[in-house]
Design a protein around this ligand. Structure first.
Ligand code: GP9
Ligand code: MN
Length: 624
């Protein structure tokens, strides 16, 4: 009996070993995956194993030798093809295959003839082990002789495979917490859970959204349209079109919260440039981020579409195949050259794919920048060189253009180079909070240089420059140090107010002023488009122009909190802004319903991919 198991498992072991090593070698030779430490290397090494063991383990269920051999051969071949397809794909797109991308025909338009170019003669080595396996099966050396396996042994085999899978997931969770729930980067996913598991993950994710999509027929649109019609805030006559024809330069300022504006640490100004720039801009001092787990990408989603992100996961990943009526598309229709600029891995937050769905004509990603050891820190390229090189790109663009830029230096854990330290750290026990002030100050400096360069290049006068904070930098885990800094307890009220982020719109010739309307990122699209003289009346959007007299003072958070002119709803309590204490819930009730209606409608639009049924030109009637 013992021999039986050894004989069978030996064959499987050979097939598993072949595929396993091949996958690992492919990782090392065909994909550029940065490995930063030994744990990452270990994870990379073990991550193909569990899936391969499970897939080939099915052969243990076969009763006949022929069927078993055929199964092992076909499975090894199929997995090799999948691996090799990724290799070829990667050569072209510098990314791993993902289902929505396969269905985005435009990508294959790009691929077209070039795909043959990507086959190399030496690719035969990807299949070398299969030939060896075929020979082994043919020649039948003693160890491949067939006997059936006992139930216990089979069970032991599968349990081992599952244990390896959990070991892998556990290590991945240590290395990248929340990787699976937040899904932030395809490369990180593959690096941590392995290429095969990644494909399963991708399939589950995409089938879930396809199912929801298939069930929708557009009939839900009527209610939503009634709502957005009634919700529409008429543009401000004095400001509509004041920036008509100007370039739109939109900067997402990483992790920058509003509390740093016009504020000091150790007696030093934290954001001297932004303080001054705010004075020359339309400055919105009651503006909140509304992001969920998708962080920066959620902010981008809100700003582009005037829809809310999802309550879990990143909509950039889960619904990148949807149809959107983005700000980029609207600007494109109005003659703008639309592009996004971010010196990070292009698959981060699935941007390479989502940006296509959002209609950007060009994505300047890490490969478009000159990035090296010297000009990098923390997450990558520093803001000063990034913004500097971005201006160089802008100089070559046809005008008017819409450029969205995402800064990066002021990102958790807020590491910086000594030479970039322009103010002292804060002095609490909490290093994260202490460093935050220094990196915010650095980004502020970068923005100052940026505007100087825009002036020098002549672009400044012809551009509307917009800065917005994408989300908090200091999470609730740091309340203790924050309360030291603020000099008061961080109650749920204070915590909610800390979700304010800067939002300023600079238009040459338009005098600066403070605008106190309460709003959030969902309101950016109509606000900016109206300033650029573009109508949004027929757009299906949930935000309102913050400059409109009709604007309702309301900022709804993705987690159900909300802020009105006089109240903050948080922790199931209604807080009075004046006293900063809970008050009668009835004051929050009127906004409560609106808040949940908006979030529900937004979810319906996204889950049902409803914009595919919506034709903005047909007087707000569904297209089908
Ligand atoms: C990375 C940048 C930062 O490209 O968007 O990601 P975040 O964690 O802030 O969403
Ligand atoms: Mn961010």
């Amino acid at each position: 009996m013992k021999g039986t198991l050894r004989n069978n498992v030996t064959l499987i072991a050979v097939a598993v070993l072949f595929l396993w090593l091949k996958t690992y070698i492919t990782y090392k030779t065909s994909f550029h995956m940065d490995i930063e430490n030994t744990l990452q290397e270990i994870i990379l090494f073990i991550n193909p194993l569990s899936f391969i063991m499970l897939a080939l383990g099915i052969s243990l269920l076969f009763k006949s030798e022929k069927a078993r051999n055929r199964y092992i051969m076909i499975t090894s071949f199929a997995l090799t093809i999948l691996l090799y397809a990724n290799v070829v794909f990667y050569r072209f797109f510098n990314d791993f295959i993902t289902l929505p991308l396969l269905f985005q025909t435009s990508n294959f338009g790009d691929l077209g003839n070039s795909v043959t170019e990507e086959f190399k003669w030496y690719d035969i080595f990807y299949f070398a082990d299969l030939i060896l396996l075929a020979i082994i099966l043919k020649v039948k050396p003693k160890f491949v002789s067939f006997h059936s396996v006992t139930k216990t042994n089979r069970r032991a085999y599968f349990l081992t495979a599952i244990a390896i899978l959990f070991l892998n997931l556990g290590l991945a969770e240590i290395e990248r917490p929340q990787l699976l729930t937040r899904t932030f980067d395809r490369e990180m996913l593959v690096k941590n859970i392995g290429t095969f598991n990644y494909h399963i993950y991708d399939i589950v994710l995409q089938s879930k959204s396809s199912a929801q999509r298939a069930l929708a027929d557009g009939s839900e649109l009527a209610d939503i349209e009634n709502y957005t019609d009634a919700n529409y805030a008429k543009p401000n006559d004095d400001l509509f079109g004041v920036a008509k024809g100007k370039n739109l330069i939109l900067v997402s300022v990483e992790s920058t919260q509003e509390f740093v504006i016009n504020n000091k640490v150790n007696g030093q100004e934290i954001t001297p440039f932004m303080n001054q720039f705010a004075k020359e801009s339309l400055y919105f001092n009651n503006f909140y981020h509304q992001t969920g787990q998708g962080k920066t990408s959620d902010a981008e989603f809100l700003v582009e579409n005037s829809l809310y992100p999802l309550s879990r996961g990143a909509v950039f990943f889960t619904h990148s195949g949807n149809k959107f009526n983005s700000m980029a598309k609207s600007l494109d229709e109005n003659g703008y050259y639309t592009n996004a600029m971010h010196a990070n891995n292009k698959s981060f937050w699935n941007r390479d794919i989502m940006y296509k769905s959002l209609g950007y004509e060009r994505f300047y990603e890490v490969g478009d920048y000159d990035v090296n050891e010297e000009n990098s820190v923390n997450w990558g390229m520093k803001d000063i060189p990034f913004l500097e090189q971005s201006v160089e790109h802008m100089k070559d663009m046809p005008q008017p253009f819409y450029s969205k830029l995402l800064t990066l230096t002021n990102h958790h854990p807020f590491y910086y180079d000594e030479e970039d330290k322009l103010i002292d750290e804060f002095t609490s026990q909490d290093g994260t909070v202490n460093r935050y002030f220094v990196t915010v100050r650095y980004t502020d400096e970068a923005l100052k240089h940026f505007v100087e360069q825009l002036k020098a290049s002549g672009l400044y006068e012809n551009s509307m420059i917009v800065l917005y904070g994408d989300h908090y930098g200091i999470s609730e885990n740091h309340d203790k140090a924050m309360s030291e800094y603020l000099g008061k307890e961080v109650t749920p009220f204070v915590s909610t107010q800390l979700q304010k982020v800067p939002f300023m719109v600079h238009i040459p010739g338009v005098e600066g002023r403070v605008i106190e309307s309460v709003g959030g990122q969902v309101d950016v699209r109509p606000t900016l488009l109206h300033l650029l003289g573009i109508n949004t009346k027929d757009d299906l959007q949930l935000g309102q122009d913050l400059l409109s007299a009709d604007h309702e003072n309301l900022a709804v958070f993705r987690d159900g909190r909300f802020v009105t002119k006089d109240y903050v709803y948080a922790d199931n309590k209604c807080w009075d802004k004046n006293t900063e204490q809970p008050t009668d819930k009835k004051y929050c009730e009127p906004a409560m319903e609106k808040a949940s209606t908006e979030l529900n409608y937004s979810d319906q639009i996204i889950y049902g991919d409803l914009l595919r049924f919506y034709d903005p030109n047909s007087a707000k009637k569904p297209a089908q």
